[in-house]
Design a protein around this ligand. Sequence first.
Ligand code: SF4
Length: 477
Amino acid sequence: MFDKEEQSRIDTQHTGHRQDASGYDDDEPPSKPRRHPLWRKVPKKQWDDWRWQSQNAIRSVRQLRGLLPFEPEELEAIGALEAEYKLAIPPYFFSLIDVDNPNDPIRLQSVTSPLEAKSTFELEDPLEEDKDSPVPGITHRYPDRVLMVTTHVCTMYCRFCTRKRATMVRGGWDSVSRDDERMIEYVRNNPQIRDVIVSGGDPLTLPYGKLKFFLHSLRDIPHVDVIRIGTRVPTTLPQKLYDPELIDILESAEKVWIQTHFNHPREITPEVARVCKSLIRAGMPLNNHTVLMKGINDDLETMRKLMRALLKVKIRPYYLFHCDPVIGAGHFRTSIWKGLEIMEGLRGHMSGLAIPTYCVDAPHGGGKIPLLPNYLVSASDDCVVLRNYEGMLVRYQAEDKAPTTKQTANRGVSQLIQGTTTALVPPNSERMARRRQYIQDKAAAKEAACCSSESETPDEPTQDKRELLALPMVSAK
Ligand code: SF4
């Protein structure tokens, strides 16, 4: 059983940090380094070596039973799933699990669950990538970009993976194959392709020679502007990016953007902060996609914490994907309403830099379709009525032309359409209260100044004040 006191000792011994024994979720990411007691005696040099981490990854249910508490029937069920989908959890990532919590979000992403056998209508290739594949390994769906599957190997096998049909395959990834060359030829022969998403599996697991083949070949194609590497290595095995040779290879490809994949704020650790720094220093922009998953990040507070944590390590939140209907991942799927509820709580409440685009990947290869709460409330020939994050409704006239709408006595949104008022403000608007206070303070200061100079002239209300007084308040109920 995981012992927090023991963890605290490990942290002090190996990192110089003392772990707060109050629990995991209170840590503000990037939190402190962690070690499961099994690996407490591993020297730091070894712990920081990605080869050691890979060699010591948890790859079987037999290993898992010594590290986590399981009910006997649970063990039997996940044992039966072992042949279905690979298991691999590097000690670093495993150490982020709160072993006392069977619903721990890191555990849910990485450890086999009996619920995987209970999937109903989920699909092997939910995005129908294989049907948009002109040569093996390439998906060409959008006009100017392609996705390239370069390997079936990952450092950790995520239980929700959309590309399980590829990552379930074992072996065959060492040397450059004829299929690899065909993928490059396809990009070379299609000048409309500007952006290549190098994916997998995880391309950062490739042997360096093969990684160089892909990156340098793409770099040398003049019409390719962007090489996007989709990777979970920074999340699950950041030690791999401690290797200066790997950073050099990425830097030498010149056009590389890194697309990270973090799903929970506890995944943002000091180790992650360190590799983000190296990647940025080597000139690579960092963007993140997150998968919205039940029990992992389907609540506003977790998502806000994650977005804030990403910005702290200079990763730009880019996409929030609705979880695909992939085989064995049905238990992670939540409603679209949940996604919209989260987006409503992000936009306007946090820096625009922290707001990802919420997308559904449409069936039949329809691609990414963005979804957002409704900010367009009504419209006429003259204007639109828009809503902001506070619930304020405003009339917005986009074109410079004379109004055509006839004004009649009316209320509510119709008033805005007709132009008899320009905004409806919720009475609890903090921003308007601040403004009112500011105007009152200004007026009081002016009055005091007038009194002291014994001016007889009554003060005219300012334009600000006139406008503010004219705005109708609407009930928040
Ligand atoms: S790292 Fe990516 S490709 Fe690999 S299992 Fe996880 S989600 Fe799938």
